[in-house]
Design a protein around this ligand. Structure first.
Ligand SMILES: *Cc1c(COP(=O)(O)O)cnc(C)c1O
Length: 475
């Protein structure tokens, strides 16, 4: 399998090369040259594999179609080491439970940091350690987080050979639980950098450091942003596992509702659908930061400035632009790299938006590609959390509530709707208390983490300051 850039660069790369890279040299995102097809026989086989051998075996089947430069036995061992009951809590890894007739929750947040990002990041940690060991290299991961990404990356990379993590986060803006999760890690290869600014400032610093090619080369800087193809690929697996649990046979269609921010999660759903998984609708659920809902409703993609980016009670979806969205637009425009480059580099650069509503392909977004969308607000979130608790005795987190609210608007008769549960309520306790008047349950391993000693360094929102810190801690 070869990988190409969404902006038309002529180079082709192998999986192991893009694994450790961020953007393609032309600023595009990597995608496989084609999507391997899961035909009827393959789907039947995979259903049996998941039922009888489990999630890790299913992951190996899917991943091996995209990764042909790691020996099969090694890749299998990596999958088996990653997706275990000890790490993810259940034999199913992503168990499904029915909430009401035809509406399901797929639990993706029983990993070490209690958010769905563990699903991909735990695999990434093992892939990185494997590949760096094979090459005899080191990597310094620089990231930006508003909460879930950073903790998932740190828990995946802590103690891994050859890897250091430098994680920037906006000072004081994560929930106390999230701060405690990250800052309590005592592993020497983990560095928490609290930046005096907002999440976009952190993201801009990461981008600026990555664009400083000399620095990047000298200090072997890499990222684990949601644009990393391996992360997206790992997420494809749970669409298959969710589908198999929600359906009896592969003739049925199933829809998914996905609490969305950077479009990584739902883009994995798009990849699964392109492979032939019988998905009816891919429902993009946003919060008040509705860049994506606006696009799917109107055909206008308009990125927001920092001032127009709302701080909401589903903070992991507080985005001004959706960094994986370019991958879908590439497919939507029949993989016209030159046109994608014009839109994302020239149009966005100059006008902060582009418009596809008159483009002949725009109708395909909902038609051929099955996308639908909706938006949920703080009031919706509270109402949905309360309703789910009262009627089903099930406590859901704020992001999952956005997904459930929008899912109900997109139900079709006879088509099961799977809502992806992207985090556990304990991560966003303040809003749960506001909705329910009681504290969320806390898994035993997180008792008292707010009281643990914290390892964090405060820095100004300044690229040079972050570079100086990295240089000083890379010996
Ligand atoms: C990251 C995250 C999201 C958004 O996922 P994207 O892949 O960025 O669209 C939603 N919910 C939670 C809890 C998250 O951590």
């Amino acid at each position: 399998m070869q990988y190409l850039s969404t902006r038309g660069h002529p180079d082709r790369k192998r999986f192991s090369d893009i694994l450790l890279e961020g953007l393609a040299p032309d600023g595009g995102l990597y995608l496989p040259e084609h999507y391997p097809q899961a035909d009827a026989a393959t789907l039947r086989q995979w259903r049996t594999v998941y039922d009888q051998q489990g999630y890790a075996a299913l992951a190996f089947e899917i991943l091996s179609l995209y990764i042909d430069d790691i020996p099969a036995a090694d890749l299998k061992a990596i999958c088996e080491k990653t997706y275990t009951q000890e790490v993810f809590g259940t034999k199913e890894i992503v168990p499904l439970r029915e909430l009401e007739d035809g509406v399901y929750l797929e639990a993706l947040s029983n990993g070490p940091t209690l958010a769905f990002k563990d699903m991909a990041m735990q695999l990434l940690g093992n892939l990185f350690e494997y590949e760096l060991g094979r090459r005899g290299e080191e990597l310094n991961i620089l990231g930006a987080t508003s909460g879930d990404t950073g903790s998932a990356a740190e828990y995946a990379m802590k103690g891994k050979r050859g890897v250091r993590v430098f994680m920037t986060s906006p000072k004081g803006r994560m929930s106390p639980f999230q701060q405690a999760q990250m800052f309590s890690l005592q592993d020497a290869n983990i560095h928490n950098l609290a930046i005096d600014g907002v999440f976009d400032d952190c993201q801009d610093i990461v981008k600026a450091v990555s664009n400083d090619l000399d620095f990047k080369r000298q200090y072997k800087i890499g990222t684990v942003n949601s644009i990393n193809w391996a992360r997206l690929l790992a997420q494809v697996v749970y669409y298959f596992a969710g589908y198999f649990q929600a359906s009896r046979s592969n003739d049925q269609k199933v829809s998914f509702s996905v609490p969305s921010g950077n479009f990584g999660n739902v883009c994995a759903g798009h990849v699964a659908r392109m492979m032939g998984l019988p998905i009816a609708r891919l429902v993009v659920a946003t919060n008040e930061n509705d860049v994506l809902d606006e696009f799917f409703r109107t055909g206008v993609y308009r990125v927001r400035g920092s001032a127009d980016t709302h701080e909401t009670s589903s903070p992991s979806m507080d985005i001004s632009k959706a960094s994986n969205f370019e991958r879908f637009v590439f497919d939507l425009l029949d993989r016209d790299g030159a046109e994608v480059k014009r839109l994302f580099q020239d149009e966005l650069g100059r006008h902060g938006k582009f418009e596809l509503h008159e483009h002949r392909s725009f109708a395909d977004a909902s038609g051929k590609y099955g996308f639908a969308s909706g938006r949920s607000t703080h009031a919706d979130r509270l109402a949905t959390i309360r309703d789910t608790w009262t009627r089903f005795a099930t406590m859901i987190d704020t992001h999952t509530a956005d997904g459930l609210k929008v899912a109900r608007e997109q139900l079709q008769p006879g088509v099961p709707m799977v809502v992806l549960e992207t985090a556990l309520p304990i991560k966003f306790a303040a809003t749960i208390v506001e909705a329910l008047g009681q504290q969320p349950e806390r898994p035993a391993q997180f008792e008292g983490i707010e009281e643990l000693p914290k390892r964090v360094t405060e820095l100004p929102a300044d690229t040079a300051a972050v570079q100086a810190y990295i240089a000083a801690h890379c010996a």
